[in-house]
Design a protein around this ligand. Structure first.
Ligand SMILES: Nc1ncnc2c1ncn2[C@@H]1O[C@H](COP(=O)(O)OP(=O)(O)OP(=O)(O)O)[C@@H](O)[C@H]1O
Ligand SMILES: [Mg+2]
Length: 391
């Protein structure tokens, strides 16, 4: 397995950093700093290199240093023997610009997969407790990190969805009779169904692998008495088990999903005209987690929910390694202090493999620093300075 890592990072007007230059350790980097020092902002910027978006906010404009017009990120990424430069520029009101090795890239999908990253943060609990759109955005974003084709279909689907919603809004305003609506909606329906079927099947393919790894990781964390299951709840075609499936049943194909989606749209037509937007489709689907058959969100204890969130993330690292034959960069945002011993030990197993890791903490005592080889950094006043002295 080749190691991919961020060798150098330059940030201009990104969040709390007006101007930051860093030469990172290819192994472990420990960032220590007080609250609000800028630790999470830095991890977010590194994640941006992999996903071309922030893991926290879907809007690039929030990433611009206050009072400035845009931000710029440049990184030198080492992939085995090869080095690449990656540049992202964004100005408010414009499309983000991307360059790889100096060459402008029209599509995010062109650069996706050059480097991957997984971020662990206390926010991960919202994957369990949060609303469906949080899970959708997360799973879609991560599948998009390893699968450019998914990313293209995702963008296409959401573009069609927005246009179709505009048509529905107009039809509602004009109180269109269903026959007229049918004529106007039909071309959009076809495109929506076409892209939507592809999207669902690609999601399911990824989530079955990722789900099985999540189930196995949860078992390691919590013992054999508790069985975590994941299911894909589709607004189009009901519930699809992701972790247990009878071997005889063939999963539905793209064509099956497209047909089901088409039928469901026809059934939903009246509701859609009433509400003025698209009420079914992959943009309404969800991933449901159950523990011994009981909904984890509703019935799980804090500890069970935390373990499940951690299992999803650890499994994500394994899944990315299998999919890409490389290790993602690990970004651990202040997580060590939150975990009990068995969970932090399981997490520490991931760090053993020489993968580039950037770990933050407010207090070095939370990290088993003595056993970890790496570079220690202090984050303060918009600067990130190496600490030479060992405590
Ligand atoms: N767009 C922005 N421009 C300038 N500053 C910003 C921007 N967005 C966030 N900040 C500031 O960045 C700081 C937070 O940084 P960050 O979240 O990285 O802190 P942290 O070191 O992770 O803190 P904690 O230990 O509390 O998690 C806050 O002071 C916040 O006001
Ligand atoms: Mg933080």
């Amino acid at each position: 397995m080749e190691d991919v890592f961020v060798r150098k990072l330059y940030l201009k007007n990104y969040r709390s950093y007006p101007d930051l230059y860093l030469a990172l350790d290819p192994g472990l980097n420990i960032l220590v700093g007080a609250n609000a020092a800028g630790k999470t902002n830095l991890l977010e910027a590194i994640y941006y290199l992999a996903a071309a978006r922030s893991p926290r906010s879907p809007r690039d404009v929030e990433l611009i240093h206050w009072g400035q017009e845009g931000f710029y990120i440049k990184a030198l990424v080492t992939d085995g023997q090869v080095e690449h430069t990656l540049e992202f520029g964004f100005r408010s009101g414009r499309k983000k610009s991307i360059r790889m090795d100096g060459v402008p890239q029209e599509r995010v999908s062109n650069i996706v997969g050059l480097i991957n990253a997984v971020i662990f943060s206390p926010d991960d609990l919202s994957l369990i407790k949060g609303r469906p759109d949080i899970r959708r955005r997360f799973f879609d974003g991560e599948i998009g990190q390893v699968n450019p084709r998914f990313l293209s279909f995702h963008q296409r689907y959401y573009r069609i969805l927005m246009q179709r919603n505009d048509v529905l809004k107009r039809l509602r305003r004009n109180r269109a009779v269903p026959e007229d609506a049918l004529v106007q909606l039909q071309p959009w329906d076809e495109q929506l169904v076409q892209a939507g079927g592809e999207l669902i099947v690609m999601r399911l393919d990824a989530l079955r692998q990722w789900g099985a790894l999540t189930q196995a990781t949860y078992r390691e964390l919590s013992g054999p008495e508790e069985e975590l299951d994941l299911a894909y709840e589709s607004s189009v075609g009901g519930s699809q088990a992701l972790t247990s499936r009878s071997p005889s049943t063939e999963p539905p194909t793209v064509v099956d999903w497209q047909a089901a989606f088409k039928d469901a749209l026809e059934r939903a037509r009246e509701t859609e005209l009433e509400r003025g937007h698209t009420v079914i489709g992959p943009h309404r689907d969800d991933v449901r987690l159950t523990l011994n058959g009981h909904d984890l969100k509703e019935y799980g204890s804090q500890g069970q929910q935390r373990s499940a969130a951690l299992a999803i993330k650890i499994a994500e690292v394994e899944w990315m390694r299998l999919e890409t034959r490389r290790s993602p960069v690990l970004l651990l945002d202040d997580v060590m202090s939150e975990l009990d011993i068995s969970r932090s030990q399981r997490l520490a197993q991931l760090l053993d493999r020489g993968t580039q890791t950037i770990l933050t903490c407010t207090d070095l005592a939370d990290v088993d620093y003595d056993v970890l080889e790496g570079t220690l950094w202090r984050v303060q006043n918009g600067e990130v300075i190496p600490v030479v002295e060992r405590k």
